[in-house]
Design a protein around this ligand. Structure first.
Ligand code: ARG
Length: 586
């Protein structure tokens, strides 16, 4: 007989059912059956019971696709024993429904949450199957003197989410920003700055000024031969590491990083390491030597050096790694960067977050690393995302990251001023900043990352409906309820007051949290967590109405407060993983 010793509540229920299934039907105990999320739930009403779909039973070899499924399901339902956890099993159309012991459910979930709210879900045994170790996440990676476009914003928030999730699940995480800080364009920027730049403006607004100089220099170079020559000369000096040129370039870089640091802080994002293409410039020669000794570098008639990837099943098969003039390319620098990172950080897995137009680039990068005999390339992953269309501000097209955050904040402030309730917060600018950013993040995370979407400020900032504003509103309302009634959640509570449909729906939903984290981690997609939290907030909305604390008998109020406190912790934990800072008031 299978005895379950489970620390986590969800596992407790899952085990109780799956061990029975295993015993009865000879399935494998290793099989993980997503018991709690098997059936899609509507936003406002969850089934109070657990359901397993017949198709998942077939998939796991418990039912045979050869025989009539309905009669097999009915037979199975009769065979399964009821116990202290599962009170009843019935066969429906296409599902097997388990009625759980609701008293146990309320007691277990809420005491677990009270004991250690931070550990809830993330310590679940179903997450133990995930590989642990050191994860390097490279994200954001804007280019100096160029636009910070919607793609960079997406990379920033998605990478932040992935890093947070990995960290919450117990990985050791290193966050790297790989700046576009090298290449021919720095010749033009350097030469352009010497003609058009101003130290003053650089100090005042570095990003804006560098961008303007670069745009202007590009324009002038079209008809100005001497500027083109100067640019080529400046880049040559840079490549030769000539001091004066390098000094100017360093200044551009430092000032840009400083500015970004400040803006990332508004987003709650930080990096352990600011690297960039320039860092790996000098190492590209070693990469070429390495390729040569492995017999992988082929010289073409045009004088370029390529790696033949045709045996790797790559249709584009050739990847150019060195130009005819001996200079390196984007991919060569990426190979060098990967090798160096492995050496410096000893990561177990590395994750790159960029838009999907770079997918081929990363597949080639990983293939090159593999043919070079670097087996760890198996655990290098590219997380691609789609295009955002129409992200503009009142001032026009988005050029800088700060424009987007400012626009979100200003619009949010405007909305807050319109509403009666939010006049009481003490730092409206900060609150508006945080809620505006939440709104951007949730809008972006709702669908599959690879999908393109059209950006719409109105929709993003709605207070009702599935938005970041709604998440924040629900959190703030829960916090206010808990503040109002003091911290009474240390006291005992009676779970028999939480047997109504609303309470049970919430409790059961909370049980799915670990599965949602698992799914998010396996696919590196935030939408599972976002949708889980949005559903939780819809359930809380109904509960506020139907389960009042004020005016209820003391022990009923007590029990409800426990329920709301537990819910609030899970909501806050989930929001933080998404990169959203929960606000106390709004
Ligand atoms: N700076 C690049 C861009 O803006 C993104 C860098 C992505 N990371 C990398 N290791 N290649 O397109």
């Amino acid at each position: 007989m299978c005895v379950c010793v489970c620390t986590h509540m969800a596992s407790f229920f899952r085990r109780s059912v799956s061990s029975q299934l295993v015993r009865r039907c000879g399935g494998s105990e290793e099989v993980f059956i997503p018991l709690l999320s098997a059936v899609p739930v509507s936003k406002r009403q969850l089934t109070p019971d657990f359901r397993l779909t017949v198709s998942s039973l077939v998939q796991n070899g418990i039912l045979s696709p050869e025989e009539d499924l309905q009669s097999q399901t009915e037979r199975l339902a009769k065979q399964l024993e009821v116990n202290s956890v599962i009170e009843d099993v019935t066969a429906g159309r296409g599902v097997l429904t388990f009625r759980v012991n609701k008293l146990l459910l309320a007691q277990k979930v809420l005491s677990e949450l009270r004991e250690d709210p931070q550990a809830f879900g993330v310590k679940s045994e179903i997450l133990r199957s995930l590989p642990r170790g050191r994860t390097l996440v490279e994200f954001s990676s804007p280019n100096i003197a160029k636009k910070f476009h919607a793609g960079h914003l997406r990379s920033t928030i998605i990478g932040h989410f992935i890093a947070n999730l990995k960290q919450a699940l117990g990985n050791d995480v290193i966050r790297v920003n790989y700046l576009g800080d090298w290449g021919m364009q720095f010749g033009l920027l350097g030469a352009g700055f010497q003609r058009l730049g101003s130290e003053e403006k650089l100090k005042e607004n570095a990003l804006q000024h560098l961008f303007e100089v670069y745009v202007q220099a590009n324009r002038e170079a079209e008809h100005d031969e001497s500027l083109r020559l100067d640019a080529a000369e400046f880049f040559r000096r840079l490549e030769q590491h000539e001091e004066q040129a390098l000094l100017l370039w360093k200044q551009f870089r430092e000032i840009t990083v400083q500015e970004y640091r400040r803006i990332y802080q508004r987003l709650g994002v930080h990096f352990d390491h600011y690297s960039g293409e320039s860092f790996h410039q000098s190492k590209t020669q070693e990469v070429l030597n390495d390729l040569r000794t492995h017999g992988l570098l082929k010289m073409t008639e045009k004088g370029t050096g390529v790696v033949d990837l045709s045996e790797q099943g790559d249709t584009s098969s050739y990847s150019t790694v060195v130009r005819s003039d001996g200079t390196s390319l984007y991919i060569t620098r990426d190979v060098a960067a990967a090798l160096e990172r492995k050496q410096t950080f000893g990561f177990d897995e590395m994750i790159y977050v960029t838009d999907k137009s770079q997918s081929v680039h990363f597949q080639q990068l990983f293939q090159i690393l593999r043919v070079m005999g670097r087996h760890w390339a198996q655990r290098c992953v590219h997380v691609p995302f789609g295009l955002v269309k129409g992200m503009s501000t009142r001032r026009g097209d988005v050029v800088f990251l700060e424009d987007v955050i400012d626009e979100a904040r200003n619009r949010m402030l405007h909305n807050m001023n319109q509403s009666k309730t939010s006049k009481v917060v003490c730092d409206p600018e900060l609150i508006a900043d945080q809620i505006g950013i939440s709104a951007l993040i949730i809008q972006d995370f709702k669908g599959p990352l690879t999908a393109d979407y059209v950006f719409d400020w109105e929709r993003v900032l709605q207070a009702q409906g599935d938005t970041g504003v709604f998440l924040q509103y629900t959190h703030a309302r829960l916090r206010s309820l808990l503040r109002m009634h003091g911290d009474e959640t240390h006291t005992h509570f009676d779970a028999s007051h939480l047997q109504d449909r609303r309470s049970i729906s919430i409790l059961q939903h909370l049980l799915r949290y670990d599965e949602v984290l698992l799914q998010s981690a396996l696919e590196l997609q935030p939408r599972y967590l976002v949708n889980f939290l949005l559903t939780l907030c819809h359930l809380v909305s109904s509960a506020h109405r139907d389960l009042p604390v004020k005016g209820s008998a003391t022990d009923v109020a007590q029990a409800r407060l426990h329920l709301f406190a537990g819910t609030c912790s899970v909501l806050a934990n989930g929001m933080k993983i998404l990169g959203v800072t929960p606000v106390e008031k709004m």
